[in-house]
Design a protein around this ligand. Structure first.
Ligand code: FE2
Ligand code: FE2
Length: 271
């Protein structure tokens, strides 16, 4: 009897520690975002018939996160040879997602880059951009593989899926001349990562425990990704970015709180 009581106390202590870790991770994210996910979105996302779209859209979001980070390094930080090595890293993932080529299991061994990245001369922030974004790409491609594993477990076959309005809705607000373009894109990246993190935390207690566990396992890296994007934007901008951060925060909240008839991982209020 005593041992059962001890086990219960230890389990509660672990659960309490786990929940406080989650709260610590989420606190800055909830402070950054201008709104939380509406209950109406969660109610839709919990419906068993929506599991397929949630998994497929999440899968493609992981690939897009890797592609966007890679685009930033290629455009702003590295020479052509390094850029080509980056493209070769991504190719098996794109072949699978867009051309249905290759076995998804082979992607586990594909997540590596063939050479070190050399920053272009004249980009003072180049090395920091490379360091943060290369780690981010590696993690996003690992998440891509992990979502495929979950899809296999839940018997959801891969198929093409159209993009929702969310990322495009943010990126159309990016100023089209430098240095604003890079800074705005980094701020958009921060919001997309922060919202993903908030959605994983929102969904986790309401889905199959295996899926919930996976979502919780993603929180730590996605929380760091949001901070990396934001700190890069602050370091690179030759001006105070707080006004742009507020601007994108408002736009992001509009996308989350306005009606959206295309249900997706980052969609707005179900209409
Ligand atoms: Fe990710
Ligand atoms: Fe991420």
């Amino acid at each position: 009897m005593i041992s059962v009581v001890v086990v219960v106390i230890i389990c509660r202590a672990f659960r309490g520690k786990f929940l406080s870790d989650m709260d610590t991770l989420l606190a800055p994210i909830l402070g950054f975002l201008h709104c939380q996910t509406p209950k109406a979105w969660l109610d839709e996302a919990r419906r068993p018939e929506h599991l397929k779209v949630i998994l497929l859209d999440h899968l493609i979001c992981e690939l897009k996160a890797a592609q966007s980070a890679m685009y930033l390094i290629r455009k702003y930080a590295v020479d052509k040879a390094s850029g080509d090595a980056l493209l070769a890293w991504l190719k098996p993932y794109e072949d699978f997602a867009y051309r249905q080529q290759g076995d998804w299991r082979a992607l586990a061994a594909a997540n590596h880059i063939s050479k070190g990245m050399i920053p272009k001369s004249g980009t003072p922030y180049g090395q920091e951009l490379i360091n943060k974004m290369v780690l981010l790409i590696k993690e996003e491609l690992h998440h891509f593989y992990q979502v495929l594993e979950i899809m296999y477990e839940f018997n959801v076959p891969y198929e093409n899926i159209s993009s929702g309005r969310y990322a495009k809705g943010l990126l159309t607000q990016v100023i089209t001349h430098e240095p604003h373009t890079l800074v705005d894109k980094l701020i958009c990246g921060a919001y997309i990562e922060a919202r993903s993190c908030e959605r994983f935390a929102t969904l986790a207690p309401h889905v199959d425990p295996r899926l919930g566990e996976f979502y919780v396992s993603l929180l730590r890296s996605e929380a760091r990704h949001y901070q990396d994007y934001l700190s890069l934007a602050e370091a690179i901008a030759p001006y105070d970015i707080s006004e742009r951060v507020r601007y994108f925060g408002e736009k992001e909240a509009q996308l989350i709180l306005s009606y959206d008839d295309d249900f997706k991982f980052h969609s707005g209020m179900p209409s």
